[in-house]
Design a protein around this ligand. Structure first.
Ligand code: OSB
Ligand code: MG
Length: 370
C-alpha cells in the first residue's frame, strides 16, 4: 500500500523532569523535545527527535535538529510516494550524520504506515514478544546512601536490572557499596565516554563486582580502544555512542569491542537502521537492548515497539512515564507491571493516545511544512 507524505509538522515542547538527571557529560533539568508529525491521506504518524539540549552526548542538539529537519529531511520526504516505510531512511542518505533529526521523521513514517494499515507499530516492525523486560538508568547522585535509597525504590517497582551512571571519582567505590548492599542485583554501569585506555587498570577493578556490562567507557567515536580494553576486562563491554550503523556494529563485533550493543532509535537514524544493527548482532550471537534518551511518551512508545524484536533479550532503559514526567504527553501514561515489564499495546500505531490539550499547552514552537 503506497502512501504520499503530504505534510510534515514540527513541534517543540518544553517538558520539565520530575528530578534532574546527571551523567558524566552533564545535568538535565528540563527537556526541549521536537515531535515530528508526518501526514498522509489525512492520517498522522508521530516520531520524537531524541537529541539533547546540548551537543554533549553526540553532536546533535535540539537547535541543530530543527533546521536539519526543516531544510533537509522534510524536503527530502515531502510529496514523495513511498511503497513502504522502509523506503524512508534512504531518502536521508545524502545527509551526513544528524541521525536523531532524520530518525524522528523516519520513526513518524513507520508509525504513519502502521496506522494506515490499522496495525500496532510493534507488529509492523517485526516484533516477536508482547511483554518487554525493563530496567532503569540511575543518574549520578548526591551521595552513596541517596543512590542506594533510589535503587531500593526502583526495585520495589519491580524493575529487573539497575544501570548506574559512572564517571571518574564516582565509580569503583560507589559500585563496591552498591554491590555490598545488593549482592544478587542485576547491575551494570554506563560511563558515557568518560575514560581513556590509560584508565584500563582502574576500570579492571570493576571486574570484582560481576557487573552485567560496562557501557561506553571510552571515546564516543572509538572502536579500537574498546577492543583493547575488552581484552583486559572480564566485564563485558557494551557500546552505545560508538555504534551508529550496521557497519559499525559488524566491525565492533569482529574486533571484540562489543559483547553487547545498546540500540537507540535516534542514534541510529530510525527503525530501518535499528533493525539492521539488530540483525547483524543477532547473526553474530551478540545480544542487544534498547537504550533511552529521556523520551516523552512518543519516543518511549517507539522504544517499546523496538524492544519487541527477537534479539532484544536484555532489559532495556525503557521505563514508566512517571519516573521522568509529572504529566506525560500520552494519556494514560506508560506503566510498568509489578514484575518489571511493559505490556505492549494492541492499538494501531505506537499504541498510546496523545494528550493534545497538554501538547498544545507545552508547545514552544511549531511549523507546518508541505
Ligand atoms: O547513555 O544511555 C545513555 C540519558 C541521556 C543520554 C544518554 C543516556 C541516557 C540514559 C537514560 O541512560 C535512559 C533513559 O531514558 O531512561
Ligand atoms: Mg549509554
Amino acid at each position: 500500500m503506497a502512501f504520499r507524505i503530504d505534510q510534515i509538522r514540527l513541534r517543540q515542547i518544553a517538558l520539565p523532569l520530575v528530578r534532574p538527571f546527571e551523567t558524566s557529560f552533564g545535568r538535565t533539568v528540563e527537556r526541549q523535545i521536537i515531535l515530528v508529525e508526518a501526514v498522509a491521506d489525512g492520517v498522522s504518524g508521530w516520531g520524537e527527535v531524541t537529541a539533547g539540549e546540548h551537543p554533549f552526548y553526540n553532536e546533535e542538539w535540539t537547535e541543530s535538529a530543527w533546521p536539519i529537519l526543516k531544510h533537509y529531511a522534510a524536503p527530502a520526504a515531502l510529496g514523495r510516494t513511498l511503497g513502504t516505510a522502509a523506503e524512508c531512511a534512504p531518502l536521508f542518505d545524502r545527509i551526513r550524520e544528524n541521525r536523531m533529526a532524520c530518525g524522528g521523521l523516519e520513526a513518524a513514517v513507520w508509525d504513519l504506515e502502521a496506522r494506515l494499515l490499522g496495525q500496532p507499530l510493534w507488529r509492523h516492525v517485526g516484533g516477536a514478544r508482547t511483554e518487554i523486560p525493563c530496567g532503569v538508568s540511575i543518574g549520578i547522585q548526591e551521595s552513596v546512601p541517596a543512590l542506594i535509597e533510589t535503587i531500593e525504590r526502583e526495585l520495589a517497582c519491580g524493575y529487573q536490572r539497575i544501570k548506574i551512571k559512572i564517571k571518574p571519582g564516582w565509580d569503583v567505590d560507589v559500585v563496591r557499596e552498591v554491590r555490598r548492599a545488593f549482592p544478587s542485583l542485576r547491575l551494570m554501569v554506563d560511563a558515557n565516554s568518560a575514560y581513556t585506555l590509560a584508565d584500563a587498570d582502574h576500570l579492571r577493578r570493576l571486574d570484582d563486582f560481576y557487573l552485567m556490562m560496562i557501557e561506553q567507557p571510552l571515546a564516543h567515536d572509538d572502536i579500537l580502544d574498546h577492543a583493547a580494553l575488552q581484552a583486559q576486562l572480564s566485564t563485558p563491554v557494551c557500546l552505545d555512542e560508538s555504534i551508529r550503523t550496521a557497519r559499525h556494529a559488524g566491525q565492533a563485533i569482529r574486533l571484540g569491542a562489543a559483547k553487547i550493543i545498546n540500540i537507540k532509535l535516534g542514534r541510529v537514524g530510525g527503525f530501518a537502521g535499528a533493525r539492521k544493527i539488530h540483525d547483524v548482532a543477532q547473526a553474530a550471537g551478540v545480544p542487544v537492548w534498547c537504550g533511552g534518551m529521556l523520551e516523552s511518551g512518543v519516543g518511549r512508545a517507539h522504544n517499546i515497539a523496538l524492544s519487541t524484536l527477537p534479539n532484544f533479550v536484555l532489559p532495556g532503559d525503557v521505563s514508566a512515564s512517571r519516573r521522568y514526567w509529572a504529566r506525560d504527553v500520552v494519556a494514560p501514561p506508560i506503566e510498568v507491571t509489578p514484575r518489571g515489564t511493559i505490556l505492549v499495546s494492541g492499538e494501531p500505531g505506537f499504541g498510546y493516545a496523545l494528550d493534545h490539550d497538554f501538547l498544545q499547552a507545552i508547545t514552544v514552537r511549531e511549523e507546518k511544512l508541505s
